[in-house]
Design a protein around this ligand. Structure first.
Ligand code: SF4
Ligand code: SF4
Length: 435
């Protein structure tokens, strides 16, 4: 066992209101500079939706696939000078500026000048770019917030596996917000794809950083990161990424996004993990097993054998105590309510999510029951407005059972706490039903 420490985050998606306070405060702190105008270390995207940059999850078909081209892949396998030469001639597939962010405003003349018509007019987004720079006006969130009522190709791709489960009808549309930062992966593909060795994972806390002096601007990391959470600063010619606010974390202050989140939905903590098991866990054959294999890499910080191994590895005692108090450990391993984003990317991401339960009304069977209704508690979960299959595509490589298990726990907790807040005796059988 080789014990290492890792900073990690869990976000509770039921609490995100998409206000972007986290994005804006992060931008003010870290990317309020020339060359990083388009960069959002923290972004909040609408799900289902195109994401930021758009299409980043569509690893196979969007723009021919984000993965490195054949020459690029070959260059990563080859060694020494040959590797460097091939890398020079490789052409990493990159999102364009239009995939990241196109500044827009609302065209209110659509409202004021609208002729008499059957439907109420709505303000349309209008690009602020001009001339050749102006493509189709879009931005992460604005069209997605319509919950799929505007049909577009990418949504079809994202929902392709859901079949008849999702119908493009207003009554069955759904959306929720997914805040994202760099995952500070245990197996970071950005670092693996950098020909200059400029990207490194800090030994003491696992934060992944770019050495600005060593970066040569190859941008292989942008292609190599499946989450597209590393960016090219076109002014400096270097790569930049979320730093997990390490200067703040080092002095005991939370990240800017966590501190300013109005929903208080971000939990930060230190995890202990077995570094010897990371690559094996990332290599399990069955994608459904990946979230479990990653969870099993984490070590119980209360286990005396783990504590001894951590001390022998030189991890300070107060860090071990921090891991013991970590809400992240509790949410992932003790209560098993947090799941990783796209574990099938196999980078072993360290930002995990509690999937959203709401809206809780059982609309499919039109019973009028909700998930606080004890008589209908678990039946309602099987027919929630947000299809469990969609959440499973995000968090468990399509395995529905673990997501359903989390939602049952959340619904039970809601029901239990409602009893208490209403002054009723809590129904212990509900807690017993979810273990
Ligand atoms: Fe690297 Fe991307 Fe993982 Fe961040 S999310 S550590 S940029 S591979
Ligand atoms: Fe969501 Fe919190 Fe960010 Fe607002 S500040 S968008 S609630 S994560």
């Amino acid at each position: 066992m080789r014990v290492m420490a890792q900073m990690a985050m869990v976000m509770n998606l039921d609490k995100c209101i998409g206000c972007h306070t986290c994005s804006v405060t992060c931008k003010q702190a870290w990317t309020n500079r020339s060359g990083t105008e388009y960069v959002w270390f923290n972004n909040v995207e609408t799900r289902p939706g195109q994401g930021y940059p758009r299409g980043y999850e569509d690893q196979e078909t969007w723009k021919g696939g984000w993965a490195l081209n054949r020459r690029g892949r070959l260059s990563l396998r080859a060694g020494g000078r040959f590797k460097k030469l091939l890398t020079i001639f490789s052409n990493p597939k990159l999102p364009s500026i239009h995939d990241y962010y196109e500044p827009w405003t609302y065209d209110y003349s659509t409202l004021t000048d609208a002729p008499a018509q059957q439907h109420t007019p709505v303000a349309r987004p209008k690009s602020l770019l001009t001339g050749e720079n102006m493509k189709v006006s879009w931005s992460a969130n604005w069209d997605d917030d319509l919950g799929g009522s505007t049909d577009h190709g990418h949504r079809d791709v994202m929902l392709k596996n859901l079949g008849d489960k999702v119908k493009f009808e207003f009554e069955q549309t759904f959306m929720f917000y997914l805040p994202r930062i760099c995952e500070h992966c245990l197996n970071p593909s950005c670092a693996a794809s950098c020909p200059s060795g400029a990207i490194y994972k800090r030994t003491e806390d696992g934060i992944v950083l770019v050495d600005q002096d060593r970066c040569r601007g190859w941008r292989m990391c942008v292609s190599g990161c499946p989450y597209k959470k590393i960016y090219f600063n076109h002014r400096t010619g270097k790569a930049e990424k979320c730093t997990f606010c390490f200067p703040r974390v080092e002095v005991g202050i939370p990240t800017v996004c966590s501190e300013t989140c109005v929903g208080r939905l971000r939990y930060i903590g230190l995890m202990l993990y077995d570094a010897d098991r990371v690559l094996d866990a990332a290599s399990v054959t069955e994608p459904h097993d990946l979230y479990r294999s990653q969870r099993d890499v984490f070590l119980d910080p209360n286990d005396p054998a783990v504590v001894r191994a951590a001390e022998q590895a030189g991890i300070p005692r107060d860090w071990i105590q921090a891991a013991q108090r970590s809400p992240v450990w509790a949410l992932i391993n003790t209560y098993e309510v947090a799941l990783p984003l796209h574990p099938e990317y196999r980078t072993m991401p360290m930002v995990w999510y509690i999937p959203p339960l709401s809206p809780v009304v059982d609309i499919v069977r039109d019973t009028g029951h909700d998930a606080e209704d004890k008589g209908n508690l678990f039946a309602a979960i099987e027919s929630l407005r947000i299809p469990v299959e969609y959440l499973a595509e995000l968090f468990t490589a399509g395995d529905v059972a673990p997501v359903t298990g989390v939602l049952r726990k959340l619904a039970a907790m809601r029901s239990y706490m409602r009893d208490i807040s209403m002054g009723d005796a809590p129904d212990e059988s509900i807690a017993a039903a979810v273990g």
